[in-house]
Design a protein around this ligand. Structure first.
Ligand code: XMP
Ligand code: MG
Length: 179
């Protein structure tokens, strides 16, 4: 698996340090409240696990699975709900935890959905942002790292469901895509 990586973009140490910082900031933002933290599966599951451990206020958690990519590396623009939330968001302070924002289509769809379900507030924390890929006007309130317009894997992010378990984020060797 390590042999398939051409370049490490963000190391495990850099990831862990940034997530601790985000946790501190979010603990201040949500002081006195109990946000409902929503993990967007599958890519955000490792980020979610580390982030909630760095948050010191009480939180509730739920998980949602959406798909817009299949095995391709480009967004189809069609967002499908694979698994919906278990709990109601009505009147709740929502923190959406995303792995990466590229076109912004997935997130703008989710935000609209949660607004229509009458959430009290909606914030987004994304670990990675690729602003050059944006096709809709959208910005996360909190961003870990800004990335160049390259397809990345690791720390939850996959190519064809593999590489999610790498503890760092990197770029695959080009020959992997042609296999
Ligand atoms: P959009 O374009 O809707 O995309 O903002 C967000 C979702 O697309 C996936 N995505 C990636 N997945 N490496 C990945 O493994 C990448 O470089 C990448 N860029 C986008 C991801 O699932 C994200 O939630
Ligand atoms: Mg994916």
């Amino acid at each position: 698996m390590q042999n398939d990586i051409q370049e490490v973009l963000i190391t495990e140490e850099e990831l862990q340090q940034k997530i601790k910082e985000l946790g501190r900031t979010l603990s201040e933002e949500y002081a006195g409240r109990t946000p409902l933290v929503i993990c967007v599966l599958k890519g955000a599951f490792i980020f979610m696990a580390d982030l909630v451990k760095a948050i010191t206020v009480p939180v509730e958690m739920d998980f949602m699975a959406v798909s817009s990519y299949g095995a391709s590396t480009k967004s189809s623009g069609v967002v499908k709900i694979i698994k919906d939330l278990d709990v109601s968001v009505e009147g709740r302070d929502i923190l959406i935890v995303e792995d990466i924002i590229d076109s912004g289509l997935t997130l703008s769809y989710l935000i609209e959905l949660l607004r229509n379900r009458n959430a009290a507030s909606i914030n987004v924390v994304t670990l990675f942002d690729k602003p050059s890929g944006r096709t809709v006007n959208l910005e996360a309130r909190y961003t870990g790292f800004v990335l160049p317009d390259e397809f990345v894997v690791g720390y939850g992010l996959d190519y064809a469901e593999r590489y999610r378990n790498l503890p760092y984020v990197g770029v695959l060797k080009p020959e992997i895509y042609s296999n």
